[in-house]
Design a protein around this ligand. Structure first.
Ligand code: AMP
Length: 249
């Protein structure tokens, strides 16, 4: 089984997000960038299938600026076999990325695409679903467990009030949820080995994909500041504050 894992370069989850002064988006200059956490989970899931003997090759793919090759390198250091960078400095939105991934799927013919359920920068939660629709493939979103079952795959999903298990024929698209696994850290020897692995470079034009944005961001705002807390002097004062001041928000 060949697995394609799309990995997005996003602002690191530990960084305090700052809105650009012109309110056009989030500041990314001079900010630590990392692999989207759900994509780390996707890479880990692919590696576990390979370690279990169910998968052969794992290809990590990223679309974005040249620096996105660092994100691919991280996936290679975790255990992916090779990488593909679709280099573009344009603003890439879910539909554009899904079309790029669909073009790569047609080139590479993977049996499975495992990707994050959402990128933590803009929380779109759309690319996997769009990719499955463009390819006409079955999809299982928000996977909390993946198991190979005969010629297909079984995916458990966390839904309101329980678990749902789906059986999918391959090829298919799976998106990962937080509890699917705990991704490994790349060891130093594997980081060294990853330097020798190949990252092919392509462009949207070479793939024949138009990535023109379909959505326009009007304005990005910081959430309202929370008021500082205050220490009350007695239980009576606390009860009074809860009765008179506390609001359900
Ligand atoms: P989104 O729909 O933007 O929330 O992203 C969902 C998933 O799509 C991410 O977790 C990634 O696996 C994948 N993805 C989104 N954008 C990119 C990108 N520029 N390059 C590679 N994968 C991406």
């Amino acid at each position: 089984m060949k697995i394609l894992v799309p990995v997005k370069r996003v602002v690191d989850y530990n960084v305090k997000i700052r809105v650009r002064s012109d309110h056009s988006g989030v500041e990314t200059n001079g900010v630590k960038m990392s692999m989207n956490p759900f994509d780390e989970i996707a890479v880990e899931a692919a590696i576990r299938l390979k370690e279990a003997g169910a998968a052969g090759e794992i290809i990590a793919v990223s679309a974005g600026p040249a620096a996105a090759s660092e994100t691919i390198r991280t996936a290679l250091a975790m255990g992916a076999d090779r990488g593909i960078l679709v280099q573009s400095d344009a603003e890439l939105q879910p539909l554009g990325v899904a079309k790029l991934l669909a073009a790569l799927v047609r080139q590479e013919s993977p049996d499975l695409v495992i990707m994050g359920k959402q990128a933590i920068d803009d929380d779109m939660n759309a690319t996997g679903q769009m990719l499955a629709a463009l390819l006409g493939w079955p999809q299982a979103t928000f996977a909390s467990a993946i198991a190979v079952a005969g010629p297909g795959i079984e995916v458990t999903r966390e839904i309101d009030g329980g678990l749902e298990t789906l059986s999918l024929p391959l090829p298919a698209v799976i998106t990962t949820d937080l509890r699917l696994n705990e991704p490994r850290y790349a060891s130093l020897p594997n980081i060294m080995k990853a330097r020798k692995k190949t990252i092919d470079q392509l462009t949207p034009e070479a793939l024949g994909v138009d990535v023109t944005p379909r959505l326009r961001t009007l304005r990005v705002e910081e959430p309202p500041r929370r008021q500082a807390g205050r220490i009350v002097g007695s239980v009576d004062e606390l009860v009074a504050a809860l009765r008179d001041e506390a609001k359900v928000i």
